[in-house]
Ligand binder design. Structure first.
Ligand SMILES: [Zn+2]
Length: 222
């Protein structure tokens, strides 16, 4: 099981690949070269898709919430929310709810026009990175692995050799809040996050580079 930071970075990596070169549809403002302008460009053009991808990459771990409400955070963790079946359902929901013309913000629009298929694909890809990362990490708590192919089968999948270091909260399914929180802030988890950054950063940079290439190409053709 990877850390939320590793999952969020994987979502960013998906978002970094998914921008069209002709994103002039979005209202990019302000145009001056300040930090505020950079943020404005990001916010108006890429904000919604980036938020969507990051949320989808984190979504399977929402299964911590029912356990938290009972004072035992990991009670239901690693269940059917960690499956491709859940990814398809949630991505269909996102594609259905996403406004076809982008989001309205004050008098303008943020984000680009996206087809339902594009929203589905981005959502599903981002969600799948979560499953991939969790399968790569060690799992110190039974039942080991994730039910990847639910509802077809309840069989659990986990890499025989851990590639990530995994987040350590507790090995005890019925652990209370203080044991859970005490376990989170450990040196192990800090090093695990650093290793996840090393593993995901190349994909984010590759996506950004790929987008710049596409943008340059479309400007040359214009
Ligand atoms: Zn997870």
């Amino acid at each position: 099981m990877a850390t939320p930071i590793g999952h969020a970075l994987a979502g960013l990596a998906v978002a970094s690949f998914t921008h069209r070169a002709d994103d002039a549809q979005a209202q990019a403002r302000p145009q001056t070269g300040s930090m505020g302008a950079l943020f404005g460009q990001f916010f108006y053009k890429r904000g919604p898709i980036t938020v969507l991808a990051v949320l989808m990459a984190l979504a399977p771990d929402l299964d911590l919430i029912p356990g938290m409400m009972q004072g035992q955070p990991v009670l239901y963790h690693g269940g059917i929310s960690h499956s491709l079946g859940s990814g398809i359902l949630l991505s269909l929901l996102a594609a259905w709810l996403w406004p076809r013309n982008g989001w309205q913000w004050r008098n303008g629009r943020i984000g680009q026009q996206e087809t339902a298929l594009a929203i589905f694909m981005i959502s599903f890809l981002a969600f799948s990175t979560h499953l991939l990362l969790d399968m790569m990490g060690p799992d110190g708590r039974a039942p080991f692995g994730i039910p990847l192919l639910w509802p077809l089968t309840d069989m659990r999948f986990l890499s025989p050799t851990p590639i990530l270091m995994g987040v350590q909260h507790t090995s005890n399914t019925t652990a209370g809040f203080s044991e859970f929180l005490g376990g989170i802030f450990s040196m192990h988890n800090i090093i695990a996050i650093a290793w996840e950054c090393v593993c995901t950063a190349p994909f984010i940079l590759l996506g950004e580079w790929h987008n710049r290439q596409r943008l340059g190409q479309s400007r040359m053709n214009a």
